[in-house]
Write a protein of this length. Sequence first.
Length: 669
Amino acid sequence: MERIETPLLRRIAGFSKGLSAAIVAIAVLTFLIGVRVRDYSAVDMFMAAVGLAVAAIPEGLPAIMTITLAIGVQRMARRNAIIRVLPAVETLGSVTCVCSDKTGTLTRNEMTVQTVATHVALLHVSGVGYEPHGEFLVEGRHVNVADYPAVAELLRAGLLCNDASLDQHDGQWRIMGDPTEAALVVAARKAGFESMLESESWPRTDVIPFESEHRFMATLNHDHAGHGMIYVKGAPERILEMCSLERIAGAQQPLHIEYWHEQLRAMAGQGQRVLALACKPAQAGLRELRFDDVADGLTLLGLCGMVDPPREEAIQAVADCHSAGIRVQMITGDHAATALAIAGQIGIGDGERVLTGAGIETMDEAALAEAVARIDVYARVSPEHKLRLVQALQGRGEIVAMTGDGVNDAPALKRADVGVAMGVSGTEVAKEAAEMVLADDNFASIVNAIEEGRTVYDNLRKTLLFIMPTNGGEAFTLVTAIALGLVLPILPVQILWVNMVTAVTLALALAFEPAEADVLRRPPRDPRAPIFSRYFLWRTVLVTALITAGTLGMFLWEQAQGASLEAARTAAVTTLVMFEAVYLLNCRRLLDAAWPQRAFSGNPYIASTIFLVVLLQLLYIYAPFMQALFHSAPLEAEAWLRIMLIALSVYLIVEFEKWIVRALKWQAA
């Protein structure tokens, strides 16, 4: 299997190499001081130097970090965010801008026709969802669609120029196909039209499917007498360009373009997605539909305004993004007024500024870069525009997550720092181009993934903050003893034991830490910031000094009390192990307090790992075969009391240090 390596792991590998070189230099220097200055034997100093290197080098760090990333992937999958590329876990923690599609991601994707506009009437349609029960109302009073031939013709056109279907299963109404088309089917059913009967009366002969480039769909239908009719539906601006006539009282009249633009603005301003429907008699003998057949000469039948309510969880998720310092931009193919209205309901943008695809096409790169700094709502946008938006945002230093579902979205998804494909409605091409796939097509899942990404990075840093001082304490206990000319308080084989028991087991427990309370209230991290900050260096020096002093002090105390060399070394090793077990509790929070009531809650692996380490250490002390292997000796109860008091000192001192850091408002970054 190919080894997976992420940018962060490459940085850690580089950091580890530099650290290893420094440790080897210290080991060589310690060897020379021991032999030349303190008259230790060369053999003893060689073994001590090897033990020092083993103690100080964080050999398990890359493995622990890879496991931490893998655990993050599992957590995200449980929250409907499927990670396809491991580096995305890291990148999510530094995302500064999320560009999201509207329909189905920020909204429920449950379209319902709410308004039908013809030249002679404006009808409100009651009912919600896909249940085909509702009324047609004019000024609040129920009307019969049969009394409005223009409305009936419009609904029939929406039913015939359509690929969706509506069926009832186990008492529940379900759709097959595009939700926008399904909304037209439901509206027609409310008026008494049946899809099967209409399709049998006017069977389809040919079709021009909807494409984002031309923004309409057209069908060619023939009745049993051979008369043909072309039905077209699509974006109002596009359909109005293709129409020269409109239907009034069953007669053809010249198109009143201003009236329809006024209706369009009014419906879009209410947050409705608007479709226009038109028709045209087919020429005799026409059996194949070409673009030239629908380019002009159409008769407008009317407009349908649909509502797609925002997801409640998306509204909260957008607010969470703003609290986390993340911009949210909404990208939609809808009318500009519709986009502004929906964005306002969700909490995106300023309610005034919107940029359309046509506007993007008129801008050069510099103008677009300036626009994306001010505007968060984009309407009538094509996949090509998405790519330009990503490039403009990245040019301003933003770390961009971009959503998409279509084949043509693939370039934008690949260019984004984190491409996010829709798992339900997305194409396989979009999924292949993306780093992350949403299993539920829900914007809230993106925010959940960002939260998990930040949590993973926090846990990686907690692991580093645990390993560096504890390894340093092991190493400098030996260095200090040699520098002072003392008997080695810990043998090299005992260092191996400590590393084997604590280095991986305790640190790995931090990979399961839950998110900290403020994880979505911090600004995005700078991906260029060093993972080992100046504060981390200070904490490493502090804890290393505490562990060194405590371990060496315990060894000297036991010797002074007349304990054997084996017992004194056993006390020193046990003190070192207990220091690491206690310091693990401090590392559960980077700067927040980890007081006893929270020290063991939220992560069951903390208590179980500490229990396992203590159990192994008891085996090390009291099992005869372990005594033979590691030169250990049994400890008295008084020695255990001293060990626990010394080990607890690191917990109290570090918590006091964190309190000072919080009071002075220093940063751990």
